[in-house]
Design a protein around this ligand. Structure first.
Ligand code: SF4
Ligand code: SF4
Length: 370
């Protein structure tokens, strides 16, 4: 247990630069962006850390008074134990400035989605799109098929990516008896750009790690019936890494530098959006990414979004601009989030009476019932 004494009272409590704090309405989140972990802390602890930037421990303990000595000691104990802070001298503290808030990317497009309802018989269709994504220095590609892809079709898609800038591919396909773990295992060993294959609508659940830390196969009973299944906000998708944390300060955590081709071939920010920028048979992806309107959604930050702006999870959370609580207000909270930063509780979003109008607007009723 930490105790203030003559050996440490002249020290300063210095936050490790990789540990970032997000203050919410009632509590805060401390994210260790290097380790990829986060913990909830009281807002009072944040105030204490703010004071600690400018005052040594002796001054702070004097400022807070004897009544608060135990609580300050417990804060320091927690912060030191979990390695969020270190104690240092005033002269040395200046050598540990906080992390500069900035985000840069060499990718014109960093991530893309290609949706498939029925696999195109025109073999050049996917090759053309992938070549265009390569020219935009796309890094990650998600291919989502709402029906079953054969092993030949999957092989064709990943072969098209082989010598391209795309570094990782995530494939969703519906279950088939022919897509066995053995067959998929072989495919992942042959095509190392495949990060994940998700077999949805499966009769069982199975998670297989094929190459340690690099590629996985997931069989899930969840049904991916259409693009309407996307957009769910959940704790399991929170990502406390430095890149996401910094990107979220300036851009949208889902739509920044994302481009999508929906199941009918229309170019969009995301396949769930009604608005499109033309058909890929008539327009190039390059034309679309230079359209100023295309960039608007990618620059909406969590700090600008109603409710999210007061949420302690906002810089580790995903976002969704395709399904929002108030469809007439693009700055309203994601519809499929059940968290309230006011009560600090999670609820099933689809059962909230205040969301029913938006659920009907987006035609999600059937999906929810299923
Ligand atoms: S905006 Fe929403 S629906 Fe579109 S890709 Fe992002 S999370 Fe999914
Ligand atoms: S309110 Fe929901 S969507 Fe918004 S930041 Fe918090 S958890 Fe994420």
């Amino acid at each position: 247990m930490f105790q203030i004494n003559e050996n440490n009272q002249s020290k300063y409590a210095c936050l490790f630069a990789s540990c970032c704090i997000t203050k919410g309405e009632n509590r805060a989140l401390i994210s260790d962006t290097q380790r990829g972990t986060f913990e909830l802390i009281p807002n009072d602890m944040v105030t204490f850390l703010e004071h600690a930037q400018h005052h040594n421990l002796n001054s702070i303990f004097t400022m807070y008074g004897e009544d608060n000595k135990d609580i300050l000691e417990s804060y320091l104990d927690f912060l030191l134990q979990d390695e969020y802070i270190f104690l240092t001298d005033e002269a040395i503290k200046e050598h540990f400035p906080p992390l500069k808030k900035q985000w840069k990317s060499p990718h014109i497009i960093s991530n893309a989605i290609i949706d498939i309802a029925t696999y195109s018989a025109t073999t050049t269709y996917y090759n053309d799109i992938i070549k265009q994504l390569d020219a935009l220095r796309c890094q990650a590609l998600q291919i989502r098929s709402y029906t079953t892809l054969t092993i030949d079709e999957i092989t064709h898609l990943v072969t098209a990516v082989k010598d391209m800038s795309i570094e990782s591919v995530e494939i969703y396909t519906s279950f088939s008896e022919l897509l066995t773990p053995q067959v998929l295992n072989t495919l992942l060993f042959e095509h190392t750009k495949i990060a994940t294959i998700i077999i949805h609508s499966a009769p069982y659940v199975n998670d297989i790690e094929v190459i340690k830390g690099l590629s996985t196969i997931h069989f899930t009973e969840e049904v991916l019936a259409s693009e309407q299944c996307c957009g769910i906000v959940s704790k399991k998708y929170f990502n406390p890494n430095k890149d996401v944390f910094m990107e979220s300060q300036f851009h949208n955590t889902c739509l920044n530098r994302k481009i999508s081709i929906d199941k009918d071939g229309f170019i969009k920010n995301c396949p769930s959006m009604r608005n499109h920028y033309g058909h890929c048979s008539k327009h190039t992806l390059d034309e679309v990414v230079h359209n100023e309107k295309f960039k608007v959604l990618g620059n909406i930050t969590k700090d600008q979004i109603n409710v999210c702006s007061a949420c302690e999870f906002r810089h580790v959370c995903t976002d969704c601009r395709a399904y929002v609580e108030d469809p007439s207000d693009i700055y309203s909270k994601p519809l499929k989030c059940g968290y309230s930063p006011t009560t600090n509780t999670w609820e099933e979003w689809s059962e909230n009476p205040l969301k029913q109008k938006a659920i009907a607007h987006y035609g999600l009723n059937q999906l929810i019932k299923a």
